[in-house]
Design a protein around this ligand. Structure first.
Ligand code: HH2
Length: 329
């Protein structure tokens, strides 16, 4: 396993060929996350629990913030509505519901620990009561710890676990983490993002962060190129186009482009970019592309619509591909 090689400091496994053109169906690719504690749907074995799935799974977004770029103020101050939104994502087929209490949109100011805790803990607890797999979207180890105690089972850290305390929190709780790439910090990250080779730099940074996390005892990780986090539209396009390469390390890859600025920038009509609530079609195109090239998780606002699109794509591809016997016959 690539994670084992990273833990030993060995070279990552070579790039796999994924995708319909390569003859490997993305919808049949096996993905898994290892936990050090029981999680709904995970199989026990040797003191660990493994959650397995095939193809691209969905992470439904619930932002309990007044200022998120898309659903800001929808659930702020209303944990009951936030829990209902999370339950809707879950019923529509999300594998994780991602709860966040601090916006990371470009220019966003941070919130205090106590305010973030006040926003997220009741929502996490309300969802966990219904056996929903909750991921906590935070950069603060204390918020992660409290959310895990309230029933979350995955940490989504847009700072990529640079904090040793965050790595220790995940390791101590026996939960995996999403290791996301960001250049700079939300307040200033979009001022002048620069890379000599964006794909190589992001890939190397993610592998290094993953190695650190695994070495510190985090049971498993997800890699995320961080669409829109210190990146121009071209940087984002290069990274989405490199999904097959990023997924080739044998570590699950998450892509999160839902309703983001790059979609608005690519689809403006007469200089008018669509509002976040009108970026679903572009989000679907981006995510289907990534799914077909091996992305294991898609972080989305619209779970039912993504589920429908993924089901149709995989059904067509299954029909297109010859049966194994015919292929070699
Ligand atoms: N994007 C956002 C927040 N968290 N986490 C991961 N792993 N990957 C992402 O791409 C990602 C993320 C930003 O989107 P959103 O939560 O919709 O908005 P806001 O940050 O304004 O709350």
């Amino acid at each position: 396993m690539a994670e084992r090689a990273l833990r030993r400091g060995g070279a990552p496994v070579p790039v796999r060929s994924i995708g319909s053109e390569a003859g490997t169906a993305w919808a049949e690719l096996d993905h898994g996350l290892v936990f050090g504690r029981p999680v709904p749907g995970a199989e026990p074995g040797a003191g660990r629990w493994t959650l397995r799935w095939r193809g691209a799974a969905l992470m439904g977004i619930v932002n309990v913030t007044p200022d998120s770029f898309s659903d800001g103020n929808r659930f702020a101050g209303d944990p009951v509505a936030a829990v209902e939104a999370g339950l809707r994502h879950w019923a529509q087929g999300a594998t994780f519901v991602d709860v966040g209490g601090e916006s990371s949109r470009p220019g966003a100011e941070g919130v205090t620990e106590s305010e973030e805790l006040r926003r997220v803990v009741p929502v996490v607890a309300g969802l966990a009561e219904h056996h929903v797999r909750v991921s906590i979207d935070t950069v603060k180890p204390t918020v992660a710890r409290e959310a895990l105690a309230a029933g979350a089972c995955l940490v989504n850290d847009i700072r990529g676990l640079v904090s040793p305390a965050m790595r220790a929190t995940c390791a101590g709780a026996g939960v995996p983490a999403v290791v996301m790439h960001m250049q700079g910090e939300p307040r200033t990250m979009q001022r002048s993002p620069r890379y000599a080779d964006v794909v190589t730099e992001v890939e190397q940074a993610l592998l290094e962060r993953a190695r650190l996390a695994l070495a510190d005892g985090v049971p498993s990780v997800v890699l995320d190129p961080g669409i829109g986090f210190g990146k121009t539209v071209e940087h984002n396009l290069a990274l989405v186009a490199a999904t097959r390469r990023l997924a080739g390390h044998g570590i699950p890859v998450l892509v999160g482009g839902s309703r983001k600025h790059m979609i608005a920038a690519l689809t403006a009509v007469d200089g008018e970019p669509p509002e976040p609530g009108h970026r679903l079609a572009g989000s679907l195109a981006l995510h289907l592309y990534a799914a077909a090239r091996g992305a294991a998780l898609l972080r989305v606002h619209d779970v039912a619509e993504h589920r429908q699109a993924l089901s149709v794509l995989s059904a067509i591809e299954a029909f297109e591909r010859p049966a194994a016997g015919e292929r070699h016959g």
